[in-house]
Design a protein around this ligand. Structure first.
Ligand SMILES: Cc1cc2nc3c(=O)[nH]c(=O)nc-3n(C[C@H](O)[C@H](O)[C@H](O)COP(=O)(O)OP(=O)(O)OC[C@H]3O[C@@H](n4cnc5c(N)ncnc54)[C@H](O)[C@@H]3O)c2cc1C
Length: 433
């Protein structure tokens, strides 16, 4: 094997978190290599909505406008998140006047489209390189560097870096190689995510709605300007993957609006993928020269749009902390601060919000939903709705505040206090409106 290729930071995983970490580092002139095991960015149907704390970072990375142009039409900028019954009666919704004055427009865009935008922006940076078909296999953390052994179509290669960012998703090889556990639990159901064409709008559906039902709880939301919709519904835990796939039409029949029985020709599935849902986190997001971000560090139920929203905040925080150490004269302990603060954010915000939101959808008796505490509050208290939207900002944390004063730069700012602790009864969604 040839001697190791050297760089300042090696990022593992070209999901959105690895790509965004790389982009921020490269924009600061850090010599960064991003490796990805697949031949290109992954196209599976996953995230599409990003909460306000993530939107701040997408704006700072200068990719928010392009993402909006793919995912949103004019009318989508004022959409209101709503909750409905399985027979499509309104239970609760945000109101137009709830919008926080001066808040940034939300970003709605399929995760795979966001990844493509990020990849193209990284491609414009001279100090960054993306290597596809490069799968991390081993890590050696020496006192001076971390040396990664990577499997490629041309055999094994080594890369040496001052720091390694593990952004390689829920099954993270990095996390396993540094012996960090993934503590928590798996929810007792499947989540099936479908990208499907069906005239939901013609049947009176809004841009985004949750259905509250013990068996058929789900999210139905428009993904892009071409009339593609995301339907993410749950399935029974004991079903095999094949049984889950065989039951799709039956589920659509129960959930979809419009004439019944539902005609199989009335919809067109473009992508479909079943997932298990986890609430898990590594006990630490740092081990020596290795750091974790995104799903490699934590996982949560997608109902509430928290997973990648948190990952995007991690990416910005990790990049700013590494830039602080590599370019701004900060002590290496800034990386411990990154690890501690981001893990606390997962515990205080991401875990609670995503799990509570899933429980509201699954466990609220549908026939008495409007009497449930959450919906009573949503329907009667403008202050509570406002508080919920403000809580969505608490996921962010600006690590540039730890750079020496003369090195700090002005970034996108918000009037909201990013570090306030959320108020648990209200912290039930981060979806911006
Ligand atoms: C159905 C569904 C809907 C969701 N909706 C939302 C939403 O609306 N909003 C939201 O915020 N979140 C949502 N999420 C969560 C979101 O999809 C994840 O949080 C996000 O994918 C995490 O991004 P990541 O970059 O950390 O990891 P990933 O996207 O998993 O990327 C990891 C990358 O690492 C690569 N990799 C893995 N191992 C190696 C290796 N050994 N060497 C090299 N490369 C490797 C993988 O191939 C992959 O490309 C949803 C999730 C699901 C399942």
């Amino acid at each position: 094997m040839a001697g190791p290729t050297e760089c300042e930071v090696l990022v593992v995983g070209a999901g959105p978190v690895g790509l965004l970490t790389t982009l921020f580092l490269a924009k600061a002139g850090v010599d960064v290599v991003l490796i990805e095991g697949l031949p290109d960015v992954d196209e599976s149907p996953r995230a599409m909505t990003y909460g306000p704390a993530a939107v701040i970072e997408l704006e700072r990375a200068e990719v928010a406008a392009e993402a909006r142009s793919i995912g949103m039409e004019e009318s989508d900028y004022n959409f209101r998140l709503r909750w409905i019954t399985v027979d499509h009666k309104l239970i609760g919704e945000f109101q137009p006047e709830d919008r926080i004055h001066g808040s940034l427009d939300t970003v709605i865009c399929g995760q795979y489209e966001l990844s493509k935008i990020l990849k193209s922006n990284v491609g414009k940076c001279r100090s960054a390189k993306i290597l596809f078909n490069h799968k991390l296999a081993e890590i050696e953390d020496t006192a001076r560097a971390v040396i990664a052994t990577v499997e490629t179509p041309d055999g094994k290669k080594q890369l040496s870096a001052k720091y390694l960012a593990g952004c390689d998703g829920g099954r993270s090889t990095v996390r396993k190689l540094v012996n960090l556990s993934y503590d928590g639990f798996t929810l007792p159901q499947w989540l099936v995510a479908c990208n499907v064409r069906y005239p939901f709008k013609g049947h009176g559906f809004a841009r985004s709605q949750f259905i509250v039902h013990p068996e058929h709880f789900c999210l139905i939301a428009k993904i892009d300007r071409t009339g593609l919709w995301r339907v993410s519904y749950n399935e029974k835990e004991h079903l095999t993957r094949e049984e889950v796939l065989a039951n799709v039409h039956h589920k659509f029949e129960a959930i979809f609006p419009g004439p019944k029985p539902l005609n199989k020709d009335a919809y067109k599935i473009e992508m479909l993928s079943p997932y298990r849902i986890h609430q898990r986190s590594a006990p630490s997001y740092r081990k020596g020269r290795v750091l974790l971000a995104g799903d490699a560090a934590h996982a949560c139920s997608p109902f509430g749009g928290m997973g990648l929203t948190t990952g995007i905040c991690d990416a910005a925080g990790l990049a700013d902390s590494l830039i602080g150490v590599l370019r701004k004269g900060c002590d290496d302990s800034l990386l411990d601060k990154y690890a501690d603060i981001r893990r606390q954010k997962y515990q205080d915000v991401t875990h609670k919000v995503s799990y509570n939101n899933t429980c509201v959808l699954r466990d609220t008796p549908p026939e008495k939903a409007s009497e449930a505490e959450f919906f009573k509050m949503l329907n009667s208290s403008p202050e509570a709705r406002r508080k919920m939207l403000e809580n969505a900002y608490t996921l962010g944390h600006d690590f540039r505040q730890y750079w020496p004063a003369e090195q700090a730069t002005n970034g996108t700012s918000t009037a909201i206090n990013l570090d306030a602790k959320p108020d648990p009864p209200f912290a039930t969604t981060t979806l911006g409106i």
